[in-house]
Design a protein around this ligand. Structure first.
Ligand SMILES: [Zn+2]
Length: 352
């Protein structure tokens, strides 16, 4: 079963990549295929993360109709001669007139999932790619359970019970649906009677379970005020948090080298004296990229805009993935006249 994941112009590349990465890790009968429109090979260079991707998304107030959204899928099919039996999912940064999070074109195998506004329901602490992945899997399952829009609408639950088929008239109710990531006995009966393939179910439930665990885990760790380990892997350019449900953050080389520098200097660094640490920074950067980078030259320059930007980009990623409270241990921050530093006790830090 081939499932193409594409995006429209309003969906930031970084969101797209986060979603695709999570989907493509799930093994099974569903095979996720990257959009041919994006050249995503060099996915961890410094250039990819340009400022355009970082605009707050709610500044776009584009509205599209369902048919316009499905048309984008159809155009993609024609352009690349996609097999009719393949599924095409559009990740859309636009709003739609009916204010739905996602929908399926019941005539074809086209779908859309909105990538904006999730923060309104889950708070800024949520990594929205999990929710978007939940939606993708839910529609693929629905496609296998129902053969018409009427069948879907007949089966929805108007009162939320924490089942995939909750209609979520109040958009807020979607939190319950995703925290349970489950199906009610009535819907399981439909699955049984429709002979939905076991391997498809298995893949859906496995990914859902991972999503649920991540959302709940984060909240619990936050609640228990528990400090988790961080593993820095400069080769893979990742920060991993094995105690927080295996959350992984990818950093481009410059950010990675910068983060390593602040992790090494546990007393902190005043940005004004950053060039005192030039040698170490270049060394970290060299080990990641193989070149000792003129790329870094502007970091040391007054008024330290580049350095501050790097810090805010790193911090933003940490907050997005860990939530504000947990991220505070791992972020590069300064208070009053103190230097910038990462406060985590280094015994929790491992570098591969
Ligand atoms: Zn149900």
């Amino acid at each position: 079963m081939n499932v193409h994941i594409i995006r429209d112009e309003y969906c930031p590349l970084a969101v797209y990549q986060n979603v695709f990465e999570k989907l493509s890790k799930s093994a099974g009968v569903i095979r996720f295929i990257k959009s041919k429109d994006d050249n995503l090979v060099a996915d961890d260079t410094d250039d990819m993360y340009d400022e355009k991707e970082r605009e707050p998304m709610n500044q776009h107030h584009s509205f599209l109709s369902f048919s316009q959204l499905f048309d984008i899928c159809e155009k993609y099919r024609k352009k690349y001669n996609i097999d009719k039996a393949d599924h095409v999912f559009l990740l859309s940064g636009a709003n739609n007139y009916k204010n739905w999070f996602s929908n399926m074109d019941h005539e074809g195998n086209n779908y859309f999932v909105q990538v904006t506004e999730w923060e309104l329901f889950f708070g800024a602490e949520i990594e929205k790619s999990y929710i978007i992945c939940y939606q993708v899997m839910a529609w693929l399952l629905k496609r296998n359970m129902f053969s018409s829009e009427k069948e879907v609408m007949d089966a929805v639950h108007h009162n939320p019970i924490g089942c995939m088929m909750d209609f979520c008239q109040k958009k807020k109710d979607i939190t319950l649906k995703i925290r349970t990531a489950d199906l009610c006995p009535k819907c399981l009966e439909i699955i049984k009677s429709e002979d939905v393939p076991f391997n498809l179910l298995n893949q859906v439930f496995t990914l859902w379970e991972e999503i649920r665990k991540n959302i709940v885990f984060r909240e619990r760790a936050d609640f228990l005020n528990f400090t988790g380990r961080i593993i820095i892997n400069p080769i893979l350019k990742t920060l991993s948090f094995p105690d927080y449900g295996g959350i992984q953050i990818k950093l481009p080389p410059k950010e990675m080298a910068f983060y390593q520098l602040f992790m090494k200097e546990d007393k902190g660094i005043f940005l004004a004296y950053l060039d005192n640490h030039k040698g170490i920074l270049i060394d970290f950067y060299f080990r990641i990229t193989g070149n000792d980078g003129p790329a870094l030259d502007n970091i040391y320059q007054y008024p330290y805009n580049v350095a501050s930007q790097l810090i805010s980009k790193i911090n933003h990623k940490l907050e997005k993935n860990l939530g504000v409270t947990l991220a505070s241990y791992y972020k590069i921050e300064r208070t009053l006249n103190e230097p910038h530093k990462i406060i985590i006790n280094r015994e929790y830090v491992t570098t591969c």
